[in-house]
Design a protein around this ligand. Structure first.
Ligand code: CA
Length: 239
């Protein structure tokens, strides 16, 4: 059985999550404070960790840092504010993904499954052949642009033959750029597509993500050739 450690101080979030994940067949160990969560983490074993950011005692970011010092267990952060997302991204804490409150349980469950699948695949793929891409049974075709391959079924990206991990927003941005390779995409278009038309955060978030993508896919990130800046307009992925 898949064991989830949940640390969330708000009962109105915690209780429904315990109920719903249990209904989906997961085993949930739920705690209110960071200290209790840390205690549970160090004394039990878990397959996935769900962490609220704002917690009494040790907060979610500190807890992530501590967990990452000793484990690669998948971590998904539950955030309440855009400023917290910036913090998570900015600190490069090593969380696998995050969802913003209010989130739907369906959305969170999809993220949980994707992260577990990705991790499971990483483990089973070590030394074993990669699963074959087939276009039957509704699978999406593999996208390949400029030495980068993106498998939307498995949420996997390889850069010149090496598998590279992209957190969700980076992944969505990369996929959108790849799907539109050769075309200039305006900044607003990219923000609308990846963060939603009602996005109210700083537009610098886009540049931060572009920078992250370049550091992972460009041979020389200081002189990008794959994702190029179109001054005054936006970005373009070369095809
Ligand atoms: Ca909280």
């Amino acid at each position: 059985m898949t064991r989830i450690l949940l640390v969330e101080d708000e009962e109105s979030y915690r209780m429904p999550l315990v109920y719903q994940f249990t209904k989906e067949g997961y085993e949930v160990s739920a705690w209110e404070t960071g200290d209790e969560g840390w205690e549970a983490f160090t004394t039990q074993s878990f397959d996935l960790v769900l962490l609220d950011v704002m917690l009494p005692g040790i907060d979610g970011t500190e807890l992530t840092r501590r967990i990452r010092k000793q484990s690669w267990v998948p971590i998904i952060m539950l955030t309440a504010k855009t400023t917290e997302i910036d913090k998570i991204i900015g600190l490069e804490l090593g969380a696998d993904d995050y969802v913003t409150k209010p989130y739907s349980f369906r959305e969170l469950l999809a993220r949980v499954r994707a992260v577990l699948r990705r991790r499971g695949h990483e483990i089973s793929a070590s030394g074993a052949p990669q699963s074959e891409i087939s276009d039957s049974s509704g699978r999406k075709p593999l996208l390949t642009v400029a030495g980068i391959s993106l498998d939307d079924n498995e949420h996997q990206v390889s850069v010149r033959g090496t598998e590279v991990f992209f957190p969700l927003k980076e992944y969505e941005l990369l996929r959108y750029l790849m799907k539109n390779a050769g075309n200039v995409l305006r900044r607003e278009q990219l923000i609308d597509h990846v963060w939603g038309a009602d996005y109210v955060g700083d537009t610098k978030t886009l540049d931060v993500h572009i920078k992250r993508l370049r550091s992972k896919i460009e041979e020389d990130p200081a002189h990008p050739k794959i994702i190029v800046t179109i001054r005054g307009l936006g970005y373009k992925m070369t095809d």
